[in-house]
Write a protein that binds this ligand. Sequence first.
Ligand SMILES: Nc1ncnc2c1ncn2[C@@H]1O[C@H](COP(=O)(O)OP(=O)(O)OP(=O)(O)O)[C@@H](O)[C@H]1O
Ligand SMILES: [Mg+2]
Length: 403
Amino acid sequence: MVIYGKPTKSSFGMSSHHSVFRNESVLVPEFVPLTTPHRGDQMKALEAYFQGVVERSGQMSQNVLLSGPVGSGKSMLAKKLGATLERNALLYGNRVKFFHVNCRIDRSLQAILTKCMHFLGHGYPSRGFGFEELLQSFSEALTGDKVHLIVAFDEVDSLVISDPSSLYTITRLREITQGSQVFSSLLISKTLDYLKAVDLSTLSSLQWNSISLDPYSSQQLYDILGSRSQDAFNDGCVEDDSLELAAEIASTYGDARYAIDLIYRAGRMADLSDSPRITPEHVRRAKASLPPQFKKEELAYLGRHQRLILISISNLLKKSDSAYITIGEAEKSYDALCESMGVAANHHTQVWSDINELSRKGIIETQISGKGVRGRTTMIGLSLVSAEQLIDELRGMVADVRS
Ligand SMILES: Nc1ncnc2c1ncn2[C@@H]1O[C@H](COP(=O)(O)OP(=O)(O)OP(=O)(O)O)[C@@H](O)[C@H]1O
Ligand SMILES: [Mg+2]
């Protein structure tokens, strides 16, 4: 037998199978896309707020609040903004640097400013010096380098909760140098609730430049998926219905991250089943493959009384030996909590409807008890999260609860 030429991989078995993916890497959460449908206006507004710093970085300083629900594009906007501002400043002969930190990871201002020092190319020991000394070195570094630093404090609520004075210090950072301006900030969070615990003088110096993002609608998510799919998938490999379905599913939360994750997984499902295209069935399978998750973000959207109810339930469950408490016990404990806080408790029907709502959102689990010792009643438990964890998460919102 004579073989002419070298057999290429594609002339055998596996080979006829083509992946639906053109480039998977553009679907990972950290990837910053070039086009961002439905965020053009917000991007322009952010740029406009910082235009003064770009043009006159030595004389101007800015502080902007950016808020919006999970997956609404906050971190993405911040990263794109950073690149744009640095580039634009150069056109004016100014040195502006942008540094993005996640305060859920770096939970103290000391840690963040130390990181800033390293980012600016200045060694600074992470131990052994006090905060005042760090501030001093920080301002000297910026003035010495003639750099204006803009720090994006992402998930800033974590920082403010673990260190309430940090917000005050951030606003004061603008005044650490005399004569010139070297520091600006962008404070990013899901809600502005964390500001409720902050004193008035800090609030007034924040100056209320605020941009808030709405959750994406299913139509908007569809556009976003369409735009992201162009780079991610080969031509003709995604059915339009699949994009629509993924957008529809994710629109419950208005969450672009979830929508993208769905279509990414659906692509994997298509490849696994040797399908040349991503069909709605792949999207459904992708959805089913995502484990039911406790979404911490959900807590941020609860009403004040829903939070109080949840705290009461968690407290009871933590003390209790059994997996469930009765709805009656929950209500009693809620009444007691309200009384101890001097808050007027809601009526029975409202409390029960709130409990239903919590159950519908999957934060608590309810079931009707069999005819047992307790008769037929609604039992409440937690399936996705421990009582301890819930109390921990809610603790940060207590300031809000009490207000
Ligand atoms: N308009 C858009 N166009 C394209 N991709 C988008 C758009 N909005 C968000 N995304 C993408 O969706 C994902 C989630 O966005 P991002 O991380 O910015 O959300 P977030 O608001 O910071 O959410 P979280 O509060 O959970 O941190 C990212 O991968 C981002 O690139
Ligand atoms: Mg984010």
